[in-house]
Design a binder for this molecule. Structure first.
Ligand code: PNS
Length: 170
């Protein structure tokens, strides 16, 4: 069985992540989404919240059969422990390449048995990032085209704004 790991900060998950996830699901027998506990930047959501949002987003989009975990420490250790064949990452634009190149070659140096596989995101999400979504929402913008409703609601709560239905959570 070909198992792949789809790691990330997912702070929060966006439609861009879900696009890559659906593509990876078609290529592998099993897909595991791995939410890193300590991302490089201080996250808006805790690891538990980020994992919960991934699970809620999958349910909202009707995507089944995907395992969601959190991990701390080295990605390649997590991949080795799970016995995955590949680590899947999404590419949006050439701006991603240097960073992904560094991750991939470092991981290969740490464990050459695990390949990094890159999937091109859909054009409509090629500009999207969790950071830009948070910024738009923080300043009151509409992110409904960028994230599932569960994520939009969680962002509204974080920023003390009314939820998608216009109600502020009591
Ligand atoms: O969504 P992101 O922030 O681009 O994901 C980056 C992530 C989490 C995959 C990467 O930072 C990571 O795996 N961090 C765990 C620590 C690690 O393995 N670092 C060395 C990577 S070569």
């Amino acid at each position: 069985m070909r198992v792949a790991l789809y790691p990330g900060s997912f702070d929060p998950i966006t439609y861009g992540h879900l696009d890559i996830l659906k593509r990876a699901k078609r290529l592998f027998d099993k897909l595991i989404v791995a939410v890193v506990e300590n991302p490089r930047k201080a996250p808006l959501f805790t690891a538990t919240e980020r994992r919960w949002l991934v699970e809620q987003a999958l349910a909202e989009e009707g995507i089944t059969g995907v395992e969601v975990i959190t991990y701390s420490g080295l990605l390649i250790e997590c991949a080795k422990e799970l016995g995955v064949a590949a680590v899947v990452r999404g590419l949006r634009a050439t701006s991603d390449f240097d960073y992904e190149f560094q991750l991939a070659l470092t991981n290969r140096d740490l464990d050459s048995d695990i390949e990094s596989v890159f999937l091109m995101t859909a054009g409509q999400y090629s500009f999207l990032s969790s950071s830009i979504v948070k910024e738009v929402k923080q300043y009151g913008g509409d992110v409904s085209k960028f994230v599932p409703t569960c994520v939009e609601r969680a962002l509204a709560e974080k920023f003390g704004q009314p939820g998608p239905g216009g109600k502020t959570k009591k």
